[in-house]
Design a protein around this ligand. Sequence first.
Ligand code: DON
Length: 313
Amino acid sequence: MSNSELKHMQTLLPEWVETSRQQALHGKVASYIPELAKSPKDALGIHIVGAEGQVASAGDCGISFTMQSISKVFTLILALMDNGEEAVFAKVGMEPTGDSFNSMLKLELVQPGIPFNPLINAGAIAISSLIAGSSREEKSARVLDFFRNLSGNRALDYDNDVYLSEAKTANLNRSMAYFLKDKQVLQGEVEEVLDVYFRHCSISVTCADLARMALVMAHNGTDPVTGAELIPRRYVQIAKTFMITCGMYNASGEFAIQVGLPAKSGVSGGILAIVPGRYGIGVVGPSLHRKGNSIAGVHLLETLSRTFDLSLF
Ligand code: DON
């Protein structure tokens, strides 16, 4: 069934990509991390992988881009694997904010100052402080190794230019991290925690890498291609729920209605989406809607979900 469905998708995707690509005109490439301003605005690519490793893909799938906020899903999972649920949810909440991803507006509204959820910047920085390891190097190496296992791509690595560009300019993230330190939410040394965070945001991937990581989640933590059990089912369940409620930030409600799949976006224009029990999807389109999600990428996912009735709802 899914094999023939993927073949059907393959016949439709090239034309859909060209239609959705037009949407890029109405968005903007992120520039608050200066290196991201160099991204190709009109690029659009999609890669879909099924349980036996069969693929449908179209557009600019060959380009590499940094994971940015997409990485937050997997650092959350690693922090859960390292610490368990109770310890993690003592430091971050479970609720969407309705504010932008880098907002600090609500940080003072909850006591004792914990971020609303692990997918906004403040929450993901708190999560970075929970990654096990005796130094920043060891923590970052554990994150990279975990991402390599999930993607099945041992060559996954950092984009050093994007890493340095963010580390130099992240005044807002820095101020949130110091706030969290003051509230004793953040463990350890602030600059060390931020370094772990900037590094995981700068891991460079292709749509195929994202699709493979999504496929593992679509199969509750087991890589259906290799049979390897990589994530406990419960932690996939938690991560998928956050993806539905907060994965597309303050556009998550609209995305749930239009696409209806657990997904996570990044300011590089990447989107990772999951069709539970079936497919992993990776998309890239660097031109962003004002809420920070790929404008052409969301358009393409809407067409795909509507045509193949993929919504969970
Ligand atoms: O911390 C930041 O601002 C970036 N490294 C990640 C933000 C991001 O990807 C938000 N996504 N839509």
